[in-house]
Ligand binder design. Structure first.
Ligand code: GTP
Ligand code: MG
Length: 651
C-alpha cells in the first residue's frame, strides 16, 4: 500500500547502507590480507564507516504557529500509536525546537531538555549536545503510547517569569510586547530551549530524524536553527493553513528563513497547504470543493513565487484520524499519502545520491586503485611469463641481450621518475600556498576584531558596517582561494597527463578540489545575515542582545566553513599524488624482480622452469584477487531499487 512506501523506502535505504558497510569491511580485510593496507587509507576507511553508521536523514517542519506542523508529523510518521503522539493544540503549542531521532548509543529511550536559561550563556546548542550534563533527562516508557504522549507534554511547558527576566532572555521587548503581560504582571516563556527525543521507532532506527519547530519568534531568536539546523536538513517542509491563507507573518517566515534554502539542489523544500478539511463542504459537490482548494493553492504559489504544482494540499488532522480508524476514503481525501510519496520518491533518492557521491565515490576510487594495481601486476606477470616461455630454447646470448635491454629500460625509467619528482615538488608548493590562504591564522585575527567591534556596537548601522567589512574580507579570501585551487588543479592534471603519456595509467583520473561548496555556504550565510537584518523582528529587538548573538554565531559559522575547507584541501593535497607514487613503486619493484630472475636464469637454466611455474601461480592468485575486487565494486554500485525489489519479493 502506498501508505507504507516511505517506510519501505527508508528500510531499503537502511539495508543499502548496511550492505555498503559490509562491503567496506570486506575491502578493509582484503587490504590487510594482501598486505596493501596503508595507515592513511585505513584512517579514511574508518572515517567513512563512521560517517555511514551515523548517517541520518533530517526532515524539518517550519511554519508560523498553529499551521499544523506537529499534527503533520503525527499523521505522517507516528499514526501507528493510534493517538496524537506529539502535543498539537490550537494556539502556540510547540515551545522549543524538538528533534526526534534514535540514539543507538543509549539503551534507554529518553527526552532531554535544555533549560531556557542557557540562552544567557554563549554556548551553542550543538556544543550543549556534546554534554548531556546540562540537560534534564526524562526516561521514556515506549511500551505505552499513553505514557509517551504524556511525557511529550513536558516539551511544551511554559513558565511565568518577571518581564525583566524575559527581556534578558531575549524573549520580551517592553516596547512591543506589553500585550503579552499576564494579569499578575508576569510573562510566559518556554521552559526549555531545545528538546531531544530518542526512541526506537522503526523509521527513526533507520536513521530518520525529524525536526519540529515552534512559530516565528522562536525562529528568529535561536540563530542556530536558521544558520545550522535548517540548512543541514535534507528537506524542509513549509506549512500553510487553508483556514488562515497566506498571512503577513507566513510570508515573513518564508522569505527570511525558507526561501533561500533551495539554493542547493541537494536539498528539498516542500510547501504544504494544510487544513483543507476546513474547505470541505457537504452542501457543495466534490468538484467545486476541489476547485476552491486548487484556487487556494494557486494563490499561495503566486504569493510565494513558486509553481502551483509544488504546493501540496493536505489535511493532517483527517489523515491522522483516517489512519487510526483505517478509513480508506478519508485517507484518500486527506491527500496525506501523496505527500509521503514525495518524501520517498524525491527526498530519499536525493539523500542516497549524496551518500553515494561521498562514501561510494571515495571507497569506489580506492577499490579501483587497488584493482588497477592488481591488473598491472597481472599484466606484468603475463608479460614476463611469455618472455620466459619464449626463452626456453634460446641460447645464452639472447638472455644476456635481454638482461642488457631491461637494464637500459630501467635507467630510462629512473630518469622519468626524477622529472616526476620535480613536478611533484611544484605541486606541493602550490598546495602549501592554497593552504596558507585557507589558514585560520589571519581569519582568526579578523574574527576576533569583528567580534569585538560587534560587542561594542549598539546600533544596527554599526553592526551592519562591521558585518559588511567582515564579508568583504571573506569574499576576497574565497576568490583568492578559488583561483589558487584552479591553478593547483591544472598543475595536477598536467602531471597526470604527462605520467599517463609516459607510463600509461589506464583511466585513472586525478581527483580535483573545488571550493564551490564553501563558496555557496558563505553566500547563504551572507543571505541569512541580510535577511535577518531586514526582518521586522530584528528591528523590534534592535537594542537587545539577540541580534548580537545572531551575528556572533554567524562569525563562528564562517570560521567553521573555513576550517572545513582547509581540512578538505589538506587531505586532498596529501592524497593527490598517491596513485602515481604507488604506480612508481610498483613498477620499480616489478623491474627489479624481472632483472633478478633474468640474472638467475642466465646463471643456471634450471631456474627457468621454476620461475615459469612461480609466475603461473602468482598470475592465478592475482586473477582471484581481481575477481574479489570486481565483486566488491558491483556491491558498491548497487542501486537502491535492488533493495526495494528484494523486500517486496520476500513480502
Ligand atoms: N481542521 C484541521 N485542524 C488541524 C489540521 N492540522 C492541525 N490542525 C489543528 O490546528 C491546531 C494547531 O496544530 P499544531 O499541529 O499544534 O500546529 P503547529 O504548527 O505545530 O503549531 P506550533 O506548535 O504552535 O508552532 C491544532 O488544534 C490541530 O489539531 C487539519 O488538517 N485540519
Ligand atoms: Mg507544534
Amino acid at each position: 500500500m502506498a501508505a507504507d512506501r516511505f517506510t519501505d523506502q527508508m528500510q531499503a535505504y537502511g539495508k543499502w547502507k548496511s550492505t555498503l558497510v559490509e562491503a567496506i569491511l570486506k575491502y578493509q580485510s582484503w587490504l590487510e590480507q594482501n598486505k596493501m593496507s596503508e595507515a592513511e587509507m585505513e584512517l579514511r576507511i574508518f572515517e567513512l564507516l563512521d560517517q555511514l553508521r551515523s548517517d541520518s536523514l533530517t526532515i524539518a517542519f517550519v511554519a508560523e504557529f498553529a499551521r499544523g506542523k506537529t499534527e503533520l508529523i503525527n499523521g505522517i510518521f507516528f499514526s501507528e500509536y493510534d493517538r496524537r503522539l506529539l502535543p498539537s493544540e490550537a494556539g502556540r503549542t510547540t515551545m522549543c525546537p524538538t528533534e526526534l531521532f534514535y540514539d543507538s548509543a543509549e539503551n534507554q529511550s529518553y527526552i532531554r531538555l535544555l533549560p531556557i536559561e542557557t540562552r544567557l550563556e554563549d554556548t551553542s546548542i550543538s556544543e550543549h549536545k556534546r554534554n548531556p550534563i546540562n540537560w534534564t533527562t526524562i526516561e521514556l516508557n515506549t511500551s505505552s503510547s499513553e505514557e509517551m504522549a504524556e511525557a511529550f507534554r513536558e516539551v511544551v511547558r511554559k513558565k511565568a517569569v518577571p518581564p525583566e527576566v524575559a527581556q534578558k532572555l531575549g524573549l520580551f521587548n517592553p516596547e512591543h510586547d506589553q500585550g503579552h503581560i499576564n494579569k499578575d504582571g508576569t510573562v510566559d516563556v518556554p521552559m526549555w530551549r531545545h528538546a531531544l527525543i530518542s526512541f526506537p521507532h522503526p523509521l527513526l532506527k533507520e536513521g530518520l530524524s525529524i525536526l519540529d519547530t515552534p512559530g516565528l519568534n522562536a525562529m528568529g531568536s535561536e540563530p542556530e536553527l536558521t544558520l545550522n539546523m535548517l540548512p543541514n536538513a535534507q528537506a524542509v517542509v513549509f506549512v500553510l493553513a487553508a483556514d488562515t491563507g497566506v498571512t503577513k507573518s507566513d510570508m515573513e517566515m518564508w522569505t527570511h528563513h525558507v526561501k533561500a534554502l533551495n539554493a542547493d539542489t541537494r536539498h528539498a523544500r516542500l510547501v504544504v497547504l494544510n487544513k483543507i478539511d476546513t474547505l470541505w463542504d457537504e452542501l457543495k459537490d466534490e468538484s467545486s470543493v476541489n476547485n476552491t482548494i486548487q484556487a487556494q493553492c494557486n494563490t499561495a504559489a503566486k504569493m510565494l513565487d513558486i509553481e502551483t504544482k509544488s504546493v501540496f494540499p493536505v489535511s493532517a488532522q483527517k489523515g491522522l484520524l483516517a489512519k487510526i480508524r483505517h478509513d480508506q476514503d478519508l485517507l484518500e481525501k486527506s491527500n496525506i499519502l501523496s505527500l509521503e510519496t514525495i518524501l520517498s520518491t524525491d527526498i530519499l533518492p536525493k539523500k542516497q545520491e549524496i551518500v553515494r557521491d561521498s562514501v561510494v565515490g571515495e571507497i569506489g576510487s580506492m577499490v579501483k586503485q587497488s584493482r588497477d594495481l592488481i591488473a598491472s601486476r597481472l599484466a606484468d606477470a603475463n608479460k614476463q611469463l611469455k618472455e620466459l616461455q619464449s626463452l626456453s630454447n634460446k641460447n645464452e646470448d639472447v638472455i644476456s641481450h635481454l638482461l642488457k635491454k631491461t637494464r637500459s629500460e630501467q635507467a630510462i625509467y629512473y630518469k622519468s621518475v626524477e622529472s616526476f619528482q620535480a613536478n611533484r615538488k611544484l605541486f606541493s608548493e602550490a598546495h602549501t600556498g592554497l593552504l596558507g590562504i585557507l589558514s585560520l591564522n589571519e581569519l582568526d585575527q579578523l574574527m576576533s576584531k569583528t567580534r569585538k567591534t560587534m560587542a561594542d556596537t549598539w546600533t544596527t548601522v554599526g553592526l551592519k558596517n562591521s558585518m559588511k567589512e567582515f564579508f568583504e574580507v571573506i569574499n576576497n579570501t574565497i576568490k583568492e582561494a578559488s583561483s589558487r585551487t584552479d591553478k593547483t588543479n591544472m598543475l595536477m592534471q598536467g602531471i597526470y597527463r604527462k605520467f599517463n603519456a609516459e607510463h600509461g595509467l589506464g583511466d585513472t583520473k586525478p581527483k580535483l578540489f573545488t571550493m564551490s561548496k564553501y563558496k555557496r555556504h558563505m553566500e547563504r550565510l551572507y543571505h541569512e545575515a541580510d535577511a535577518y537584518r531586514k526582518s521586522p523582528v530584528t528591528a523590534m529587538t534592535e537594542q537587545s542582545f539577540v541580534i548580537k548573538k545572531f551575528f556572533i554565531s554567524m562569525v563562528s559559522h564562517a570560521r567553521n566553513t573555513f576550517f572545513n575547507a582547509h581540512q578538505e584541501a589538506e587531505s586532498w593535497g596529501k592524497a593527490a599524488m598517491a596513485p602515481l607514487v604507488s604506480r612508481i613503486k610498483e613498477h620499480k619493484d616489478q623491474m627489479e624482480k624481472r632483472l633478478e630472475s633474468l640474472r638467475k636464469i642466465n646463471e643456471s637454466r634450471d631456474t627457468l622452469q621454476s620461475r615459469v611455474a612461480e609466475l603461473e601461480r602468482s598470475a592465478e592468485a592475482l586473477n582471484v584477487q581481481l575477481a574479489d575486487l570486481n565483486m566488491l565494486m558491483e556491491t558498491l554500485n548497487q542501486p537502491l531499487d535492488n533493495f526495494i525489489n528484494k523486500e517486496q519479493q520476500v513480502a
